[in-house]
Design a protein around this ligand. Structure first.
Ligand code: LFR
Length: 500
């Protein structure tokens, strides 16, 4: 039997509801609803428009449930035009990490969730580190220091006094669908309040920074059934009230990594490429050494207890903001021109903090050039080339660091997510890393989402190896082999980062 599963996958620039069909040898996704998502500045605060997202999710679920499937197979098999299957056997939600909603004692949302790129966390990390040392934080949580980690957002939070419960974004949306609160583990692991070895909240850390331990709901693991739909939600979406919402790797990156199409025994790295590029390795255990901390590598929780040993690289965000400022959607045209633009003309460090907040990226690139004694790019195509080469350079540096710190050697780099469609970036990545790149699948997080649901519903996909084999069997990948001169990349790296 084919399962019909809805994957709600929320990214930093768009959200989508996909209908997944999963069965023996079958893994198909149909996008049924796509909607805008992004920062909304009101007064001095950058928000997410969580209610609009919720409304769009309901619309998407209605469409997913109503989309007929199986009609063709039924009539071809002689069963007559009995009509196709409808409804859903499961729903799973994944989104970006670190952000949350606060609820009062009656379960009402206390204001719109604040966007992690909001300036309220400026300078907060330094304040928190006076209460808890960076060494202690890393020893407990194994997390990379990013200014917007939940712990720092909570230290800057002005609604804590009225709050009774904190729900991470996917947990908040699942709560609205089912009435069941909880904290899915892969996303909880990004808060910097989660004990990576004990695999639970660190009440001690929470107390030390003034977060009441009772605020953090019970942890649940990917694969657990959260609960059936509330009656009102079932009516609104036209779905059966028994339809279960299932916890998936609710951190989008955790779901993406499930869908890395690696074969058992492969020595692979992955780049989950979207608004962010998450660059790293999959490990069985966290690495909490001084070198890992120094390298600022994170040990985020993966599905089935794996460790996502990775680093955030600024990703396609800089380019997305350039397109927004230029008022153009013609990325394909710009990429064609960028492919012919001169190589290594201008290079930036994409992880420079000046690129974090939304704004005029072309200007910020110019400012970076001024600071680093470079002529700024003169054309849009040159700027695009600069961003992509600089990203490839950051990938190379991060992968080499990660391999050294984890004591692992990599033979292939899997690029998954939206950025896997960017041919120029994939080729530059292969060139910079000196490794073959396998690109795809594009919709990795939605695939990881439905795979975990399918297993929870009894589909024989016992482990990540089986899930990945199904992805490989059903999705085309594109291979890129390193070209050009490795010495050019060595020179480029020392230009941007020195010889460290
Ligand atoms: C990617 C991602 C990253 C996380 C960043 C902020 O979508 O989830 O993994 O560090 O967004 O939440």
């Amino acid at each position: 039997m084919t399962l019909r599963l809805a994957a709600v996958d929320l990214g930093a620039s768009s959200g989508r509801v996909m209908l997944g069909r999963v069965g023996p040898g079958q893994l198909e996704l149909t996008e049924v609803h796509r909607f805008w998502n992004g920062p909304v500045q009101v007064g001095d605060t950058l928000h997410w428009d969580i209610l609009a997202l919720y409304r769009e999710i309901l619309v998407g679920l209605r469409k997913a449930g109503a989309l007929e499937s199986g009609a063709r197979e039924a009539s071809a098999g002689g069963a007559g035009a009995a009509g196709g299957e409808r409804g859903l056997q499961g729903i799973g939600i994944d989104s970006w990490a670190v952000d949350y909603g606060l609820l009062d004692g009656r379960g009402k949302l206390l204001g719109n969730p604040v966007h992690y790129r909001d300036a309220r966390t400026d300078g907060v990390m330094e304040r928190v580190l006076q209460k808890v040392s960076a060494d202690e934080l890393y020893a407990v949580t194994g997390l990379q220091q990013l200014p917007f980690n939940t712990i720092y957002q909570l230290a800057a939070e002005d609604r804590l006094e009225q709050a009774e419960m904190l729900l991470m974004i996917p947990d908040l949306l699942s709560y609205w669908l089912t009435g069941q609160p909880g904290a899915e583990a892969t996303n909880a692991s990004t808060t910097q309040l989660y004990d990576v070895r004990a695999r639970g909240w660190s009440d001690t850390l929470a107390q030390r920074i003034g977060v009441p331990a009772g605020l953090l709901p019970e942890i649940r693991e990917a694969g657990q059934v959260i609960g059936p739909l509330l009656q009102a939600v079932a009516e609104e979406t036209g779905l059966e009230p028994t339809t279960p919402v299932i916890a998936v790797g609710s951190h989008d990156t955790a779901s993406s990594v499930v869908a890395v199409p690696a074969t058992e025994g492969d020595r692979f790295a992955y780049i989950s490429s979207g608004t962010w590029s998450l660059v790293g390795l999959e490990l069985d255990e966290p690495v909490l050494s001084g070198e890992a901390q120094q390298a600022n590598f994170t040990n985020e929780g993966g599905v089935d207890g794996r460790t996502r040993f990775l680093k955030n690289v600024m990703g396609l965000w800089i380019l997305q903001e350039c397109l927004r400022v230029w008022g153009t959607g013609d990325l394909a045209g710009l990429l064609r021109e960028a492919a012919d633009a001169p190589a290594f003309a201008v290079l930036i460090d994409p992880d420079d903090p000046s690129f974090l907040a939304p704004g005029n990226m072309p200007r910020r690139v110019e400012e970076f050039c001024a600071k680093s004694g470079q002529e700024p790019p003169r054309t849009r195509a040159a700027l695009v080339r600069c961003v992509l080469e600089s990203l490839a350079l950051a990938y190379r540096r991060t992968l080499r660091l990660g391999q050294a710190v984890a004591g692992r050697e990599v033979e292939v780099v899997h690029v998954i997510g939206g950025g896997s469609q960017n041919e120029l970036l994939c080729q530059l990545t292969a060139d910079a890393c000196g490794l073959p790149v396998l690109a795809g699948p594009v919709e990795a997080s939605a695939l990881g989402n439905v795979l975990v649901q399918a297993r929870a519903l009894g589909e024989p996909l016992p482990d990540l190896t089986a899930m990945r084999a199904l992805v490989r069997a059903t999705h085309e990948l594109r291979a890129y082999h390193p070209q050009g001169k490795p010495a050019d990349w060595d020179a480029a790296e020392s230009r941007v980062f020195g010889t460290r």
